[in-house]
Design a binder for this molecule. Structure first.
Ligand code: 5AD
Length: 345
């Protein structure tokens, strides 16, 4: 009975219909291998067999926020904080460009140390190379986003984390859900490619809330969606709660692909951390992007959002080789384009 119901929903997708909330909930709860396979087909139909690679530069692990799940929260004293200098960030980005990366992602905690002028200078220097530049540095004002865009930033990642307002307020003390939405709207209106996404498996989160998240992604027409599995970090208030369900996160990736067929969806590091081979599973279920951290071990080790992050002990060469070897059998190859959302450029 259930399987027939799932089949019917997937058939609707095949003839180009969108899905309503009840159908999304069914797929998130009971979608099996068939759901994952249909998502992979949709991905291939719209995006072919290429995987977009991004070089991730985690340039500062200072953060003044106190998000309940994140190891970078300011309350965590058990972490060696670091900040890269302007020259270090540019050098690392140049190294990535010389290795063939076509997108540089600058990510940090919310660190007020870097002025907007300094960030703009860094962006201008990196953009001397023919690369796309993504920022993932948190909430800023409209004018700040505007200056960063004028300096050359192309994309911005800011996860909503959860669209359930109560849950959002519970896990983000002194932050405002409305301001988060305002940031996403500002970024869109300024012409950024906008990435958002959720954490799957936060305590108190229901399947229905995840369905609402996916409908939200569709409503704002997000260009990228990153879905992470929650991994408890011992030095946080959620350290004793259970980790998220990998299979549910995988189904959420697949359903997101069904609703937003041409967007970019990373196979997140969190997915690989909780399940060996998790990245390839995500890439076979609708995801089409891989972000590789290109900094040295010291930085990777201390950008400790959650424990035992995948790839921390591997060299960049090892990570690249492993990725290439793992995607060959599933028929994918690494793209040499900048990987904007199809149709945007
Ligand atoms: N487990 C998984 N993902 C996490 N993030 C933060 N803390 C955790 C955790 N404990 C994710 C957030 C953030 C991204 C950079 O890392 O979703 O947006």
């Amino acid at each position: 009975m259930t399987q027939n119901f799932i089949k019917n929903i997937l058939q609707k997708v095949n003839i180009g219909c969108t899905l309503d909330k009840t159908e999304i909930i069914s797929l998130l709860s009971n979608g099996g291998n068939e759901l994952l396979a249909v998502a992979n087909d949709v991905r291939k139909k719209y995006l072919g067999n290429e995987i977009y690679l991004r070089a991730l530069v985690e340039f500062s692990n200072y953060c003044y926020r106190t998000c309940y799940y994140c190891g970078l929260r300011s309350g965590n004293k058990n972490i060696q904080r670091y900040r890269m200098t302007e020259d270090e960030i540019v050098l690392l980005s140049n190294k990535a460009y010389n290795l063939g990366f076509k997108t540089i992602v600058l990510q940090s905690g919310e660190d007020m140390h870097y002025s907007i002028d300094e960030l703009c200078r860094i962006i201008e220097r990196i953009k001397k190379n023919d690369v796309a530049l993504t920022l993932s540095i948190g909430e800023k004002s409209f004018d700040e986003y505007k200056q960063l865009k004028s300096a050359g930033a192309d994309r911005y990642l800011l996860r909503i984390e959860t669209t359930n307002k109560d849950l959002y307020q519970k896990y983000h003390p002194n932050m405002s859900y409305e301001n988060r939405l305002r940031c996403l709207e500002d970024l869109k209106s300024l012409g950024y490619e906008v990435g958002t996404g959720s954490l799957i498996g936060l305590e108190g989160q229901t399947i229905e809330m995840i369905a609402d998240d996916i409908l939200f992604f569709k409503r704002i027409n997000a260009d990228m969606i990153g879905l992470g599995v929650f991994i408890p970090h011992p030095q946080t208030p959620l350290g004793e709660t259970e980790a998220g369900d990998f299979d549910l996160a995988l189904r959420a990736v697949a359903v997101t692909r069904l609703l937003l067929p041409d967007i970019n969806i990373p196979a997140t590091t969190a997915m690989e951390t909780v399940r060996k081979n998790g990245r390839v599973m995500a890439l076979s279920s609708g995801a089409n992007v891989v972000m590789l951290n290109i900094a040295d071990e010291f930085y990777k080790k201390n950008y400790n959002i959650y424990p035992d992050k995948s790839g921390v002990n591997q060299s960049l060469e090892q990570m690249l080789l492993e990725l290439e070897t793992s995607i060959k059998p599933i028929g994918y190859k690494i793209s040499d384009s900048k990987g904007f959302r199809l149709g945007n450029y």
